[in-house]
Design a protein. Structure first.
Length: 305
């Protein structure tokens, strides 16, 4: 199999490492995942961790292989800094990649830079590759990409160019409140109640000034009115997502919307937007990452040939 591997795709974030062995036509031949994200590593550990994970793909090869990487691996604290490209701009191209230092001659690693915005100040790493993958499949898209996650992004795209973007700490806030705050006693488990979620969204959309008060009210509702944990959890999410949607209403209420991310999380956002008569297209985040890296890899290999 190893000589059928044409390149390696690498998504290396703060908390995760994911690599795919890629064959002809973008076919996934094998993959490996771990929790050895950038946040756990010192700069001199990246090469060792990378080679440990992909060694099985290098054994017996007749020629060197290139890996194309996105995510926090290119941050200042990562393997090597791939400096941001300032918007407005198209997603990064192969000539803007940064090569990581690597002593093993069997493989070379190229890192995709993230994007920055001067005013208001904002940055992204990893999402630019998902946008590239989405545009590779829908090159004429003109609208807004909603990219839910730990730090949700809303990205305005026109004529293949990222015009503007804004970031919300919605996912991180949910995690902190669910695990570290007084609400942790009320929202345990993984249960879900869509009606409670939409109720939270609607409340935040209608009265955003009351979100902080309503967040706390989840606790006494569980104590005094036996609010089930699945409803409490969904309501917490709905309040936070609703606040995000209220702030971005001027974007999604008037333009085409694509949601790019984890399918389950994307579906929650889609349900909320559907409640307000916004019909969005949904694209799987992993597939868009692979699509973006594939576009960069093809361009780089064509230029090298």
């Amino acid at each position: 199999m190893n000589n059928k591997i044409e390149w390696i795709a690498l998504d290396w974030g703060t908390t995760h490492f994911r690599a795919w062995a890629m064959g002809a036509g973008g076919q996934v031949l094998d993959q490996v995942k771990s929790d050895q994200g950038m946040g756990k590593l010192e700069r001199d550990e990246f090469e060792t961790v990378f080679l440990e994970h992909v060694e099985k793909w290098l054994v017996g090869r007749n020629s060197p292989v290139s890996a194309f990487a996105c995510g926090m691996v290119g941050a200042k604290q990562g393997w090597i800094e791939a400096k941001y490209i300032e918007t407005p701009c198209a997603p990064p191209r192969n000539e803007q990649l940064v090569q990581a230092p690597l002593s093993d001659p069997r493989v070379q690693v190229f890192i995709v830079p993230g994007l920055s915005q001067h005013k208001p100040a904002d940055v992204m790493r990893g999402e630019e590759t998902q946008i590239a993958g989405f545009l590779a499949s829908m090159p004429t898209f003109d609208g807004v990409a909603c990219m839910p996650g730990t730090h949700s992004k809303w990205v305005t795209i026109s004529k293949g160019v990222v015009k503007h973007f804004t970031t919300f700490m919605t996912g991180e806030m949910f995690g902190l409140l669910a695990k570290k705050s007084v609400l942790r006693h009320s929202v345990g488990g993984r249960g879900w109640d869509n009606a409670a979620f939409i109720g939270g969204v609607k409340l935040a959309m209608d009265t955003p000034e009351l979100v902080a008060q309503e967040l706390f009210s989840i606790r006494p509702q569980t104590m005094l009115h036996d609010l089930p944990a699945n409803e409490a959890r969904a309501r917490l999410s709905g309040l936070l997502v609703g606040a995000e949607l209220r702030a971005t209403e001027h974007l999604w209420s008037s333009r085409d919307v694509c949601i790019i991310g984890d399918p389950k999380l994307s579906e929650h956002y889609n349900k909320a937007l559907e409640f307000y008569n916004c019909q969005a297209t949904i694209a799987d985040g992993d597939m868009m990452t692979l699509g973006g890296l594939h576009a960069v890899a093809l361009s780089a290999m064509e230029q090298a040939s």
